[in-house]
Design a binder for this molecule. Sequence first.
Ligand SMILES: [Zn+2]
Ligand SMILES: [Zn+2]
Length: 134
Amino acid sequence: MEIEAKCSCGQVGFKSTDKPIIQLCCHCSDCQDALGSEYATIAFFKVSSTDVFGGLKEKVYTADSGSRTVRELCSDCGTVMFDRSEGFSKLIGVMAQQIDSPFEAKPACHVWVKNKLPDVFIPTEMKQYQQGIE
Ligand SMILES: [Zn+2]
Ligand SMILES: [Zn+2]
């Protein structure tokens, strides 16, 4: 089964031959800033089973750990597509709302909850981490 994602103009595409290894909701300030939303729902795939095509531009941030973390946007329409971090170089995060159906995002946990905006409600049964997953 292939999973595909694309930006709103279709110039940037993503393909994976494998299921994501983890899906999560990230409340870190970098995701909030890049997406202009309360948090990001991200599916992480092994880079080795994925393909990315199209022109991207980068928004570079420094994670709390001091390592470089990048959000990649379509260079045409500006849709935020990917999350790549030095600390997790074998993984690529794909913004779940850009992934084509029948994929359905099923986040396993929320991370960087210490940055959560006050109005955001997280169901009590959901696993939460104050920071990232180690
Ligand atoms: Zn685009
Ligand atoms: Zn984040």
